[in-house]
Design a protein around this ligand. Structure first.
Ligand SMILES: Nc1ncnc2c1ncn2[C@@H]1O[C@H](COP(=O)(O)OP(=O)(O)OP(=O)(O)O)[C@@H](O)[C@H]1O
Length: 494
C-alpha cells in the first residue's frame, strides 16, 4: 500500500492544505472525507481496493492529532458489492476507538457501517468530516449495455477518455442514492415490512413519504430486478384515489444485504383503520362516500391489470381538509370539523414483494381480509380485491369483522373458505337492506359469481335506490352477546 500525502493542516501530519491518500493499487479516487471546520478545511481522497487506517499513530494512513483520537481509531475498508449486474465499490467503516466514531450523531461502538453519500463522521468528540463518494466510483464489468436503464438509476455514461482508463474497465456515474435526492426526517409509521419516514426532495423541497423496507439478503438478483421493473409500472399509475409512487431505489447496506426504498406521495391524516377505531363504526352515508372513492381507485388499478391483493383499512389512507370557518360548505357527509375527506389507496401491487399475505392485521386476533382462493393458494384474479372490499364494507358499518374465531366453530379459516357469515341483530337492524345485499354479493366464495368493481359501483345502494330494486329481504340473525367479535375499537384498548 502506498501512502501519498500532499496537503494537510495542523491536525494532520503534513502542513499543506489538501491531502491525498492512496490505499491499494487502484488508480481511482472512490470517495472523499471533507473537513468543513473553519480554519481546518481539507479534503482527503480515498483510493479504492484496501484498508485505510485513521488514528493518532504516525503509522496510520490518516493521522489525526487530537487527544481524544485513539492510536488506531477506525479502519475504512473498500468492499465490492454486486448489484444489478454491476460491481460497486463502497466503503465500510469499522470503529476501533475508545472515544467513539459517530455517524450522523449515532455512535458505532466497535461496529461497522457502510458509508453513504452525505454521512457526517465525527471521530472522538469533534473531529468532523463529511463523507462523499466520487461520481465515477463504479466499474461496469461485462457488457455496459446490460445495465438497467429504467430511469431509477442514472443511465450509464462513458467517462471522457483518459490515458488512465483501461480498455477493460469503463467508468460510469454512481447511481443516484435515495440519500442524494432526499433528506430523511421524522418517522411517520412502521409496519411488518417497513418503516416510513418523512422525506424532503433536496431540489424541489417537496415533502414525501419514504418507505424503507427492512434489509434483505442480496442473494436473489432476479427479485431485485423484478422489484425495479414492477415499481416502474406502478410509478405510471396516476389516480386521485391512489397514493402516487414517485421513485424507487435498491441500495446495498452491507456486503451481503440490500435495502429497498419507495418514495411516495405523503398522506397527512392517517389510516381508515384509526377512523374506525375512533368511531367504533361509520355512518352509512360516510361509508358510501368513502367507498365511492375506494372503488374508483380499485377500478383504476384493475383497468391497468394491477391487483392490489392487500385491501384492508390500514392500507386506506386519508387526506382531510379541515374547516377553517363556520360558513365553509362541506363537500360530503363528513364530520362537523371536516370539509372534505380524500381517500388514497396505499401499498398496491406490492404484496408479492413482502411475501405471504398476512393472516392477521395490526390488532392481534382480528381477521384477515383475504379471499378463499388466496387462502387455498389457488389461481386468483382481480376479484380477490372485491372480497377484501366486502370485508372492509362490513367492518366499516358494524365495527367488527364478518369472520372470526369467536363466531366459531368452525374456525375463521373455515368460515372464509365456506363463505359463512351473517348480519347480526341489533347491529345491522338500522342498516339498509341494499347494502346487506351488496355485501352478500361480494363475500361470494366462487370468484366468477362475485361482483366485479363495476357491478359494485353500479349497485343501487350507492344511489340510495333501496326497496324496489333489491330482490331479497336479508335476514338479521339473533346471536348471544358473548359470540359477537370484539370491535376494532374494543381491541385497540386491550
Ligand atoms: N404515503 C404515506 N404517507 C404517510 N404515511 C404513510 C404513507 N405510507 C405509509 N404510511 C404510514 O406508515 C406506516 C407503515 O406503512 P406500511 O403500512 O405501508 O408498512 P408495511 O410494513 O408495508 O405495513 P403492513 O404491516 O401493513 O404490511 C403506516 O402506519 C402508514 O400510516
Amino acid at each position: 500500500m502506498s501512502v501519498k500525502r500532499e496537503n494537510s493542516n495542523e491536525n494532520v501530519e503534513s502542513s499543506k492544505r489538501h491531502q491525498t491518500i492512496q490505499a491499494g493499487n487502484s488508480d481511482q479516487v472512490i470517495a472523499k472525507l471533507i473537513s468543513l471546520i473553519p480554519g481546518k478545511e481539507q479534503s482527503i481522497d480515498l483510493m479504492g481496493n484496501a484498508v485505510v487506517t485513521v488514528g493518532r499513530s504516525r503509522h496510520c494512513d490518516v493521522v489525526l492529532k487530537e487527544v481524544d483520537i485513539s492510536t488506531i481509531h477506525c479502519q475504512l475498508y473498500t468492499i465490492q458489492v454486486d448489484l444489478d449486474r454491476e460491481r460497486r465499490k463502497l466503503i465500510n467503516i469499522v470503529d476501533k476507538s475508545r472515544n467513539g466514531t459517530f455517524i450522523n450523531g449515532n455512535r458505532l461502538i466497535k461496529r461497522d457501517y457502510l458509508l453513504k453519500n452525505g454521512d457526517r463522521i465525527v471521530f472522538g468528540k469533534s473531529t468532523s468530516f463529511l463523507f462523499k463518494y466520487t461520481e465515477n466510483s463504479d466499474e461496469i464489468e461485462g457488457n455496459a449495455n446490460s445495465s438497467n436503464n429504467d430511469g431509477v438509476f442514472k443511465k450509464p455514461q462513458m467517462a471522457a477518455s483518459s490515458s488512465q482508463t483501461s480498455l477493460r474497465k469503463k467508468l460510469k456515474p454512481r447511481p443516484t442514492s435515495v440519500f442524494d435526492k432526499y433528506l430523511l426526517e421524522r418517522e411517520l409509521g412502521s409496519g411488518h415490512y417497513a418503516t416510513v419516514k418523512e422525506g424532503i426532495n433536496k431540489k424541489t423541497g417537496e415533502v414525501v413519504a419514504v418507505k424503507i423496507f427492512h434489509p434483505q439478503q442480496n442473494d436473489d438478483q432476479k427479485k431485485s430486478n423484478q422489484f425495479r421493473e414492477e415499481t416502474n409500472i406502478l410509478m405510471r399509475v396516476h389516480h386521485p384515489n391512489i397514493v402516487k409512487m414517485l421513485d424507487s431505489f435498491v441500495e446495498p447496506v452491507s456486503k451481503s444485504q440490500i435495502q429497498k426504498y419507495l418514495v411516495l406521495e405523503k398522506i397527512n391524516d392517517g389510516e381508515l383503520f384509526d377512523r374506525i377505531v375512533k368511531k367504533v363504526c361509520l355512518r352509512q352515508n360516510e361509508t358510501q362516500a368513502l367507498f365511492k372513492q375506494i372503488l374508483e381507485g380499485i377500478k383504476h388499478l384493475h383497468s391497468q391489470n394491477i391487483i392490489h391483493r392487500d385491501i384492508k383499512p390500514e392500507n386506506i389512507l386519508l387526506n382531510i381538509t379541515r374547516r377553517q370557518s363556520p360558513n365553509e360548505m362541506q363537500l360530503g357527509p363528513w364530520d362537523q370539523d371536516e370539509i372534505d375527506v380524500q381517500v388514497k389507496i396505499a401499498d398496491f401491487g406490492l404484496a408479492k414483494f413482502t411475501g405471504e399475505i398476512q393472516f392477521t392485521n395490526t390488532l392481534c386476533g382480528t381477521p384477515s381480509y383475504v379471499a378463499p382462493e388466496v387462502l387455498l393458494k389457488s389461481d386468483y384474479s382481480s376479484k380477490v380485491d372485491m372480497w377484501s372490499a366486502g370485508v372492509l364494507l362490513y367492518v366499516c358499518l358494524c365495527g367488527f369483522p364478518p369472520f372470526s374465531d369467536s363466531l366459531g366453530p368452525p374456525s375463521m379459516r373455515e368460515q372464509i373458505l365456506q363463505g359463512k357469515f351473517a348480519f347480526y341483530s341489533p347491529y345491522w337492524d338500522e342498516i339498509d337492506d341494499s347494502v346487506l345485499h351488496l355485501i352478500s354479493n361480494l363475500l361470494v366464495v366462487n370468484a366468477s359469481e362475485r361482483f366485479s368493481v363495476v357491478e359494485t359501483m353500479n349497485h343501487p345502494w350507492f344511489r340510495n335506490a333501496d326497496y324496489e330494486t333489491i330482490p331479497m329481504e336479508p335476514e338479521r340473525l339473533q346471536i348471544s352477546q358473548e359470540k359477537i367479535p370484539k370491535t376494532y375499537s374494543e381491541l385497540s384498548k386491550i
